[in-house]
Design a protein around this ligand. Sequence first.
Ligand code: NAD
Length: 362
Amino acid sequence: MTQQYQITLLPGDGIGPEIMTVAVEVLKVVGEQSGVSFRFQEALIGGAAIDAKGEPLPPETLEICMKSDAVLLAAIGGYKWDSLPRHLRPETGLLGLRAGLKLFANLRPAKILPQLMDASSLKREVVEGVDIMVVRELTGGIYFGQPRGIFTTETGEKRGVNTMAYTEAEIDRIGRIAFETARKRHKKLCSVDKANVLEVSQLWRDRMNALASDYPDVELSHMYVDNAAMQLVRTPRQFDTIVTSNLFGDILSDEAAMLTGSIGMLPSASLGASAPGVFEPVHGSAPDIAGQDKANPLATVLSAAMMLRYGLNQPNAADRIEQAVLKVLDQDYRTGDIMSEGMTLLGCQAMGDALIQVIREG
Ligand code: NAD
C-alpha cells in the first residue's frame, strides 16, 4: 500500500525556489519507486512572506507546517530585507518557525565524501575519513534569552544586551538526543562549552556529566569552544558527535561544513519531541548567485533524504537519494561551488536532471 505524506514546502528567498524545485522532483521520482507518495503544499516564509504578507512568518504558515508530516525548507534572507527592524527580518521567521514547532535539536552532519576530498581547503590527509555530527541546541541560549534589546543607560549611552540562559531541563533534553545520536554512531560525544568563563556553560557541563551515567557505553569529553574551533581544523577526525549550545553550534557547524569543501553539500534536520521536523540545507539564500542557475541543489536534496530517514521513517527511500548523489558525483558532475579540474560543470537544474536519471536507472 502506498504511504502518503503531507509535506510543507518553504522555498523562501534567493536560490531557495531553484533548489526546492530540484528536491521536489527527486522526491516524486523516489516516492514512485519506494511506494511513498507526497502531497506538497507551499507556504511563505522569510523575505517572500514579508513582501506578500508584511511579516516573515505569517500565522497561516505555522498552521500549515503544524498540520503536516514534515517541513522541507530551502533558504531565507537577502540584501533587500537586511535593513528592516529585527522583528521583520527574514531570520526572525526562521527562528519563529523553530520555536513554534518546538524544534530544540539541530542535527548537522559534516561528512567528507571521497569524491569531494580535494574540494576541501584543508589537506587530504587532514580531512580524509572525517564524519562528524554536530548536535546543536536550537530554541534556547543567547538567541532567545531575556532580557534582550538596546537600552539607554542613566548617562544616556546606548547599551546592547543579549542573555545566554539555559535551564537544566533544556540542557537535559538536548543532552539525551546527543547521547542517543552518539550511541548510533561511534559512541564518542564531545560537549563544547565555555565553562571557564560562563556560568551557563558550567551548568551545561554539570548536566552533561550527570547524564553520562545513563549512557555508560558513550565516551563523554568536554572542550572549550575556542579550542574546539582550533581542533576542528587541526585534527577533525578526533570528533564523532559534538553537542553544544545554540550560538556555539551555529558557528562550529559552519566551520565543520567547510571541512567538507562546500556549504552547498550539507543537509540538516531540526527535531522536537512531537511536532513535525524541519529539514533544510545548512547554507543560506546565496543572493550573490540567485536566479542564475548556479546553485548546488544537493544539500537540499540530502535534506529531503534526512526528512525521509528521520522525519518519515522511510530509510529505503532515503538510501536511494543518498546513493544517487554519490553516483552523480562519481560521474564527475559538479556545480560551481564544488567544481575542480577535469569535472563537468552543471547548473542547478541540470544537476537535478542528472540525479533523476540516475534514480530512474536504479
Ligand atoms: P550563504 O550561505 O547564503 O552564502 C555564503 C556563500 O556560499 C555565498 O558565496 C554563496 O554563493 C555560497 N553558497 C551558499 N549556498 C550555496 C549553494 N547551494 N550552491 C552554491 N553556492 C552556495 O550565506 P550568507 O551570504 O552569509 O547569507 C546570505 C543570506 O542568507 C542572508 O540574508 C542570511 O541571513 C541568509 N541565511 C539564511 C540561512 C537559512 O535560510 N537557514 C542560513 C544562513 C544565512
